[in-house]
Design a protein around this ligand. Sequence first.
Ligand SMILES: NC(=O)c1ccc[n+]([C@@H]2O[C@H](COP(=O)([O-])OP(=O)(O)OC[C@H]3O[C@@H](n4cnc5c(N)ncnc54)[C@H](OP(=O)(O)O)[C@@H]3O)[C@@H](O)[C@H]2O)c1
Length: 222
Amino acid sequence: MPTALIIGASRGIGRELARQYRADGWRVIATARKQQDLDELGQLGAEAHALDVTHADASAALGLTLDGETIDSAWLVAGLYGPRDDGFPTQDDFDSVMHTNVLAAMRLLPIVAPQVAAAQGKLGVLSSRMGSIGARNSTIGSLYRASKAALNSVLRDTALTFGPQGATCVAFHPGWVQTDMGGASAAMNVEDSVRDLRATLASITPDANGTFLNHDGDPIPW
Ligand SMILES: NC(=O)c1ccc[n+]([C@@H]2O[C@H](COP(=O)([O-])OP(=O)(O)OC[C@H]3O[C@@H](n4cnc5c(N)ncnc54)[C@H](OP(=O)(O)O)[C@@H]3O)[C@@H](O)[C@H]2O)c1
């Protein structure tokens, strides 16, 4: 039975990843930060672990939990959009968005990637097309855009380090998806986005290591 790890599985894309992998008979290790979400993940048949990705000690503890595991597919999903206006950013807004989307990845990817490499597996991070500098044609959401551009840099470093050890590491845009973050008028439902993300991750080969892909597998410029 293959194993999937989903970091940030309380709702939205992460919850649907957990649901679909379980429905396909995978073993699922999933994290969330609230007890009710952990209970619901348990009811899905996932092994649920408490993790706020901004807490360094809890991130290190995940490393102990995963010690000796091999992970076929790992997803770093937890993310924060932050302020909906693009005025003068507060220190708190900057810290919340950057700590959740960037600092957490810098801590967690080196913890998770060795377990993925041990399985010759795949690792996907939920970035966003909004983080692309090459495809940029709007400034809306500038703090979120900066955080996802920085996340892409972290993913490239992870790919350079762990790709040669056997982990295929990719940044994904999931589409504009109907979740709490994407809103009800988003273009895609979460089931379709996650079906595409899973299929694309399953189909890529090691030569995709260090790339930035749309949910359907089309490349996105950095
Ligand atoms: N939806 C879209 O259109 C879209 C587009 C491009 C990229 N993305 C990216 O896709 C990912 C998932 O998005 P979504 O639409 O599913 O968002 P969502 O519905 O807003 O869910 C966000 C998830 O991140 C978790 N999270 C946030 N801060 C956390 C923290 N400090 N520790 C642990 N978990 C934390 C949330 O947990 P809690 O429930 O505990 O808050 C929740 O599970 C994000 O990285 C997002 O940037 C989404």
